[in-house]
Design a protein around this ligand. Structure first.
Ligand SMILES: [Zn+2]
Length: 326
């Protein structure tokens, strides 16, 4: 793999590459960031860089070490992958034991611990020993969504590398280059993935339901706008059935309201849901003010988060949407 194959995270890449070139590689890193940000992929490229015999700002992908990493059998690369359950002391015991042994064929050994926050306190304490007396040729990379879930004593002995959300522009560029995604779809994926690259890729590949849900919600919104207030209670059932994803539903509606406003003002280029542009125009013409609606959605979202009666909040929201469209 190459650094470019992981999108975004330029600062992280630059600092990792620099640490190799300046011979300042740490003995333990914490890669911290939300799921789907490429933490594991970048840990793998970094490991490959440490093994590569011709490293020059990217691994060469040709030397025997690179070939072994890419085919998943480099003897000095150890991956602990236990994201489902806890990481027990026995597993860390064998890591501690092996860490003292010289590398088989490279100058370094690399340990990647996925979901490092799943280490039990006993496992963490055992692991701490390797940090207190680091072996010169081992590099440990702990992956976590939140470093505060690790023991403070572990945290203080590691170098934290923070993974940040990828910008919409970078996500679009990545999708275009790697998946030849057309503009409408890449716009949608960039918006709904909220800076998480793997989610954007899943949306494009149809492995994420968000676009299907978007269609449902836009059609539902059209029904709300065009129904009598008596019928509104029938529409309520959708919100009842999809209670778990209410945050997403509200987000879709807010983006839709924004689209209606753009369409109303002939700013068609800015409409996100381009496949529903005509409907956005129609709604835009009926809509009195988008500000009231955005406020209403925020108010509803806050109420639901602070446990105001769900059904009441939804009823209130539906009736008020209708008032704006009268
Ligand atoms: Zn190589």
């Amino acid at each position: 793999m190459l650094y470019d194959q992981v999108a975004g995270q330029e600062e992280v890449k630059t600092s990792l590459i620099r640490s190799i070139n300046n011979d300042q590689v740490s003995h333990c890193y914490i890669f911290e960031g939300p799921k789907g940000m490429g933490k594991y992929e970048l840990a793998m490229v970094f490991a490959q860089s440490l093994f590569c015999e011709n490293f020059d700002s990217d691994p060469c992908n040709r030397c025997p070490s690179c070939i072994k990493v890419n085919s998943g059998n480099h003897p000095d690369l150890h991956i602990i992958n236990n994201s489902e359950t806890t990481i027990k002391r026995e597993e860390i015991d064998s890591l501690v034991e092996s860490i003292c042994i010289k590398p088989y064929e490279s100058k370094k050994k690399v340990y990647i611990i996925k979901a490092a926050d799943k280490m039990t306190p006993q496992a963490s304490n055992t692991f701490l020993k390797t940090l207190e007396e680091p072996s010169g040729d081992a590099v440990v990379i702990l992956l976590t969504t939140n470093e505060n879930l690790l023991l403070p004593t572990v945290m203080s002995r590691c170098q934290t590398v923070k993974f940040r959300n990828v910008s919409k522009e970078k996500i679009k560029k990545y999708l275009k280059e790697n998946y030849h995604t057309e503009d409408t779809l890449s716009d949608l994926a960039a918006e709904y993935s909220k800076g998480i690259l793997n989610k954007a890729v899943n949306i494009v590949n149809g492995n994420d339901d968000i676009l299907k849900q978007r269609e449902e919600v836009i059609k539902l919104f059209d029904n709300i706008v065009n129904s009598d207030s008596e019928l509104i209670y029938e529409l309520e059932s959708y919100f009842e059935e999809n209670k778990d994803s209410i945050d997403t539903i509200i987000e879709i509606i807010m983006i839709w309201i924004r689209d209606c406003m753009f369409a109303q003002n002939n700013m068609d280029d800015l409409v996100l849901n381009k496949d529903f542009k005509q409907l956005a125009k129609a709604h835009g013409q009926l809509m009195e003010s988008s500000n009231n609606l955005i406020e209403l959605m925020q108010y509803t979202s806050n109420n639901i988060k602070s446990n105001v009666n769900y059904k009441l909040s939804i009823d209130n929201m539906l009736l008020k949407i209708q008032e704006v469209f009268k």
